[in-house]
Design a protein around this ligand. Sequence first.
Ligand code: MLT
Length: 275
Amino acid sequence: MRDVGNNIKITVNNLTVCYNDEGQEGAPVIIFIHGFPFNKSMWDKQIKVLKDNYRVIAYDVRGHGSSDVGTGIYSIELFVNDLINFMEALKIDKAILCGLSMGGYIALRAIENYPDHFDALILCDTNCIADTSEVKEKRMKTIENIKKDGVEAFAEDSLKNLFAPESFTSKEAEIASTREMIVNTSKKTLYKTLRAFYERKETCGSLPNIKVPVLIMVGNEDKITPPAAAQLMHEKIEDSMLCILEQAAHLSNMENPTEFNNQLEKFVSTVYYSG
Ligand code: MLT
């Protein structure tokens, strides 16, 4: 029997993973993967609109939200392993993957290594390039700063880059919930995940091999994974769709949920219900 609801726990890959699973049994499955250092709650507004027609699943990536931190070194490949084991445990043969930023890194590596597991991809505010040496240096500096100044200071600093300037007056609830997601992430997870990003290999070279429908979305004010990064992926993935969202920076699904959800609903309905 399938468990339906929120904050369900399951052990996969020697790890307790926490997830939400809503919508009809037998409906097409969409799996949402959050960014760093957030959790599955960042997808609440998407789940709300899609759950009537789809089975929608959002899980906390290892160390984030209410999933266990686990042991050993983090890598995007380990996160992919968790995802594949999670799908197997839930008996899901195929799904649409929707990932934002870190979630996109996981989705891109997952389709590269397990192309038969996915019907389509939605890549949000993400990129296929590896960290440049400048970004790598920043990752290590961030670890030092968290050790020195703490997670609250890290959260304040991050928020400035995550949201568009105008959102600080119009999206106070979203900013508060994002701050909470960041400060509730353990230091151990922050360090391990930043090191995983540092070591992350590019996925641009395998983009021409993607043969499923792909929607790429990005906030027009995203400074972390800017529209140029989305454009690059769009050029490399045949027949992909690119959508640049107004009034949004890096967390485009939270900053402009209306437009984000419109594009998302339109896209998934063409994947599963066209023809
Ligand atoms: C994210 O939102 O997942 C992060 O910005 C990813 C990154 O720092 O590369």
